[in-house]
Ligand binder design. Structure first.
Ligand SMILES: [Fe+2]
Length: 192
């Protein structure tokens, strides 16, 4: 028989939590732990974000879009696709699928991820804006996704050795925040 060693937290009103923590949901990623558990963690993520990386993990991820509409870019069979996730929709990302959320201002999403076992690595991949080639693939043990993930992107954006495309020479500095996404008749993502 399993014996409980932890006490339950009281229920959380998420929109109230967002109002109390909104100033901490800042670019580039806009994430903060709602729950930081030993088996999984839950993040609230507020737009706008300001990132151009694809995240790749060894585990599944669960997205729920609580407020506003976003686009998650995924890379399947070498092709980048835009997946609109509308308010109220949910989305599952299998392990190993590179994904890049683009979140306009005012949007609020929930993401659930598996707690990585110690030593398990994940990737941040950057693809060229101009020619689509892989510019940089950083594999690292991201012990804390809220603290270390944005820091890793900042290192890439600041270093021309890392962020210059070997194929066409395009550099990839720090991107500006998402300003607006148009969904119809096609997805158009505008940055500030
Ligand atoms: Fe390129």
């Amino acid at each position: 028989m399993t014996t409980a060693t932890a006490k339950c937290c009281p229920p959380i009103n998420i929109m109230k939590w967002v109002e109390e923590n909104r100033d901490q949901l800042k670019p580039p990623v806009g994430n903060k732990y709602l729950y930081d558990g030993s088996d999984f963690f839950v993040m609230v993520i507020g737009g706008p974000n300001a990132r151009n990386d694809f995240h790749v993990t060894n585990s599944e991820e669960y997205f729920f879009q609580l407020k506003g509409d976003i686009v998650v870019k995924i890379r399947e069979d070498g092709v980048i696709k835009d997946i609109p996730i509308r308010e109220g929709e949910t989305f599952f990302i299998p392990s190993g699928v590179p994904h890049a959320p683009t979140r306009p201002p005012g949007t609020i999403g929930i993401v659930v991820e598996r707690r990585r076992p110690p030593g398990e690595t994940e990737h941040q991949q950057f693809y060229c804006d101009n020619c689509g080639e892989l510019v940089h693939d950083k594999e690292f043990d991201c012990a804390d996704i809220v603290k270390h993930f944005a820091q890793s992107m900042e290192e890439f954006w600041a270093d021309p050795e890392l962020n210059t495309c070997k194929s066409c020479g395009t550099t990839h500095g720090k991107p500006t925040p998402i300003k607006k996404i148009t969904f119809e008749p096609e997805v158009i993502i505008e940055r500030e």
